[in-house]
Ligand binder design. Structure first.
Ligand code: MF3
Ligand code: CO
Length: 291
């Protein structure tokens, strides 16, 4: 894992500098946390400036696609129409929709309505109606770099209760984002997300979480929101991952659709809401790369 190098060897980060003049003090600090019993990130979870620049460019495309969806989404269109918008906009901007054919996934985007927790599959016969709350989850490959973000949309007149779960889910993500800074722990983020959901009488899905992202769609780090402050992986500059809590109005129990093998639903059929960002840990705190 974090094996120290000889002091005059070239640094592992490929800066071309000697180890002692580059990441040696950083490694000493990380190894100190490890000796205290903390989980530390693998070196390949720490991205170079060039890689983060690439992910940022991919994120710009992802944001533009979601902005385009936001302009056109309305009552009466089908989720297949959203899929078409996402596919066409992605290609127009020079990207590739990451979900398409990923692990056999059949479409370019995930569209999850009401009690669908995530991974709803667009279809011609799913028509948006007034009162629906829908998550549109867009992921882009651009010049080889991956980005991933999602937003909720309220269709027509949405009732008070459903509007609240949409709002609180966004606040949960924001509370999590505030905890992203070097030398914090992933569990600090998770606890902040979870507490806000609990304070509002909601629950958070345990089985599905965020992930490392950038060089691949889903990288090693598992991002949970039912974790405790001071636990889970140490955050260091250069890490890139998603924060995407699924907030359920009722209990946290979910099941996966038997027929398509993808779509998660709430067991109690109550609504669920989710927002997602791709975020990088910086020297000072964080940078949102896709929203
Ligand atoms: N965007 C989803 C996520 O946040 C990706 C689901 S995989 C797919 O991880 F194939 F369904 F797109
Ligand atoms: Co994701």
């Amino acid at each position: 894992m974090f094996k120290k190098l000889e002091r005059n060897e070239p640094c592992w980060c490929k800066s071309g500098k000697k180890y002692k003049a580059c990441h040696e003090p950083f490694d000493d600090k990380v190894l100190h946390y490890q000796r205290e019993g903390h989980m530390i990130p693998d070196r390949d979870m720490i991205k170079t400036k060039e890689q983060i620049d690439g992910i940022r460019e991919s994120g710009k495309v992802n944001i533009a696609i979601l902005d385009y969806v936001a302009e056109h989404i309305r009552e009466g269109i089908s989720t297949e129409d959203i899929d078409r918008m996402v596919y066409e906009k992605t290609v127009e901007l020079g990207g590739i929709p990451a979900p398409l054919h990923y692990d056999g996934y059949p479409k370019s985007v995930c569209t999850s309505i009401d009690d669908q927790v995530c991974h709803g599959i667009p279809a011609e016969d799913i028509i948006l109606k007034s009162g629906d709350i829908i998550n549109v989850d867009v992921s882009t490959i651009y010049k080889g770099y991956f980005s991933d973000s999602s937003r909720m949309f309220c269709i027509g007149e949405v009732g008070e209760e459903k509007a609240k779960v949409v709002r609180v889910a966004k606040e949960c993500m924001e509370k999590g984002i505030e905890q992203v800074k070097p030398w914090n722990f992933l569990g600090d983020m998770g606890e902040a997300v979870h507490n806000h959901a609990l304070q509002n009488g909601y629950s958070i899905v345990r089985e599905i979480g965020g992930h490392g992202v950038g060089i691949e769609f889903h990288e090693d780090l598992f991002v949970s929101y039912v974790t405790k402050k001071g636990t889970e992986t140490l955050l260091v500059p250069g890490m890139v991952f998603t924060i995407e809590p699924m907030v359920n109005m009722g209990t946290n129990e979910i099941y996966i659709d038997d027929d398509n093998g993808w779509t998660a639903y709430t067991r109690d059929k109550k609504p669920s809401a989710q927002w997602e960002v791709t975020i990088a840990v910086t020297e000072e705190g964080y940078e949102i790369l896709a929203y």
